[in-house]
Design a protein around this ligand. Structure first.
Ligand SMILES: NC(=O)c1ccc[n+]([C@@H]2O[C@H](COP(=O)([O-])OP(=O)(O)OC[C@H]3O[C@@H](n4cnc5c(N)ncnc54)[C@H](OP(=O)(O)O)[C@@H]3O)[C@@H](O)[C@H]2O)c1
Length: 221
């Protein structure tokens, strides 16, 4: 019986220390993750980085993003913190430019930034709190997509995931603003997916149920 030895293949990525067994899964990919400093966003960023992606971490709290960046780098991954607010299109576009200048074109874009702060029964809800929730969760998702979609369409490559919620698929009392924002987000995802699919850009939502994070512990700002 002949024994075939595998020769190293030129151009094949070399597994770097600190990467998991599936460490080449995202090798060469560039990701931007909003809400990357905590909770679900941070968990997604860590998985992407462990799989070899270079990850931009976006959020308002730079100190927390830097802590997340250090954690990922200490585990052998590649990450950079970019402060910004999904309520401000310019800051999202600046983060896209910063990440692309540093790592190259963004191939994965995950919007986990969101708020569930101050949800009330409708009769107790003030307009400002309603608008803040919609502006972060729904309008923020629009701004995020507006910042990443043109480049992905131009390159005919990219995958976008917007973090929605089980509350975007059913009614939740004392959560009208949050639930409405996530129903709207799901509509954005369905329509945008049809709009850009032919340009090889995928758009999906994930709808998590209850997850133990700062948001549900009432610690989010
Ligand atoms: N936990 C659950 O049970 C659950 C269930 C379903 C869906 N979700 C969704 O999952 C996503 C992540 O939430 P989480 O549970 O992981 O809670 P979390 O730890 O509080 O994460 C929310 C993240 O969003 C960021 N953020 C909030 N407002 C922002 C803004 N205006 N601009 C930029 N970043 C902003 C926060 O960072 P900064 O404070 O630094 O800005 C934070 O990192 C949210 O969209 C939430 O609706 C959560």
């Amino acid at each position: 019986m002949r024994c075939r030895l595998r020769r190293p293949q030129p151009g094949r990525p070399v597994r770097r220390p600190g990467r998991d067994r599936q460490g080449e899964r995202f090798e060469g990919q560039v990701a931007l993750v909003t809400g990357g400093g905590s909770g679900i966003g941070l968990a997604v960023a860590e998985v992407l980085a462990a799989g070899g992606a270079s990850v931009g971490l976006f959020g308002r709290n730079l100190e927390r993003l830097r802590t997340a960046e250090k954690k990922i780098v200490a585990a052998g991954g590649e990450a950079t913190a970019c402060a910004g607010d999904v309520r401000d299109l310019d800051s999202v576009q600046s983060a896209v430019a910063e990440v692309e200048q540093r790592y190259g074109p963004i191939t994965f874009a995950v919007n986990a930034a969101g708020t569930g702060v101050g949800q009330k029964y409708l009769c107790d809800e003030d307009e400002e709190s309603w608008l803040r929730t919609i502006d972060t969760n729904l309008n923020g998702s629009f701004r995020f997509c507006r910042a990443v979609v043109p480049g992905m369409m131009h390159r005919r490559r990219g995958s976008i995931v917007l973090v929605s919620s089980a509350a975007g698929k059913r009614g939740v009392p004392a959560n009208t603003a949050y639930s409405a924002s996530k129903w709207g987000l799901n509509g954005l995802v369905r329509s945008l997916a049809l709009e850009v699919g032919s340009a090889h850009v995928r758009v999906n939502a994930v709808c998590p149920g209850f997850t133990d994070t700062e948001m549900v512990r009432g610690e989010s700002l």
